[in-house]
Design a protein around this ligand. Structure first.
Ligand SMILES: Cc1cc2nc3c(=O)[nH]c(=O)nc-3n(C[C@H](O)[C@H](O)[C@H](O)COP(=O)(O)O)c2cc1C
Length: 198
């Protein structure tokens, strides 16, 4: 069995997929991992709209990745696209946003989505969190009622290639502060930050 830290280290965003179908049991295992996620007040606001019908996937991707979102078209190669939704009508979320300015529904769906992503990694599947797409296009393609907010899309499939090395991460002493503010925190962390790679 893969150690958890190895699983976390080996995961990376996959943007090229084989045209091979993903077994329903594997998709279900990913959804099951997401279902077990914690959530504020145990509200479980997430909904996962799974698209593995090729016709619907094509219609979804056509509408989601138009215009300024064309750069995201790589996801249309994936045999499965999972759309992460959240319910917008949960009282705890409304209170949290108004009183604390905390968007619990986004925290909850992020945790659940990452459970799904890590389970996929363990099963040899590739995923990529995606935020750059047309919410309106997704809404129209899937006929979503207004009470659901579209949070993210996660293409899922067997990787055609994997980026050769880990995407750079900030050093631990810059992101973890022990018993006090980290160096540079007071002055806006000038000069620090990630250098993202693709
Ligand atoms: C909320 C979120 C939204 C993202 N949106 C996109 C996206 O629209 N397109 C894309 O190619 N990658 C997207 N990514 C992937 C990030 O670029 C990627 O996770 C980051 O560069 C680190 O690389 P790694 O996932 O390979 O470790 C997104 C990631 C997250 C968490």
């Amino acid at each position: 069995m893969t150690a958890f830290i190895d699983l976390v280290r080996s995961r990376r965003s996959i943007r090229r997929f084989l045209p091979r179908a993903v077994e329903r049991e594997k998709i279900t295992a990913c959804l099951e991992a997401a279902r077990m996620a914690p959530s504020a007040h145990n509200a479980q606001p997430w909904r996962f709209f799974v698209v593995d019908d090729p016709g619907l996937r094509d219609r979804l991707c056509e509408k989601a990745f138009r215009g300024i979102y064309r750069v995201s078209r790589f996801a249309a190669q994936a045999p499965v696209v999972i759309v992460v939704l959240v319910r917008k009508d949960i009282v705890v979320h409304f209170v949290g946003r108004r009183i604390q300015g905390t968007t619990y529904h986004l925290i909850d769906s992020g945790i659940a989505g990452e459970h799904l992503v890590l389970q996929a990694e363990e099963l040899g599947l590739g995923t990529c969190w995606m935020g750059w797409f047309s919410r309106r296009g997704v809404r129209r393609a899937l006929g979503l009622p207004r009470r659901y907010k579209v949070v993210a899309m996660i293409p899922l499939g067997y990787p055609a290639s994997r980026p050769p090395r880990e995407t750079e991460r900030m050093p631990l002493d810059e992101v973890a502060w022990w018993n006090g503010l980290g160096e540079g925190a007071e002055d806006g962390e000038c000069g620090k930050g990630p250098t993202p790679e693709r």
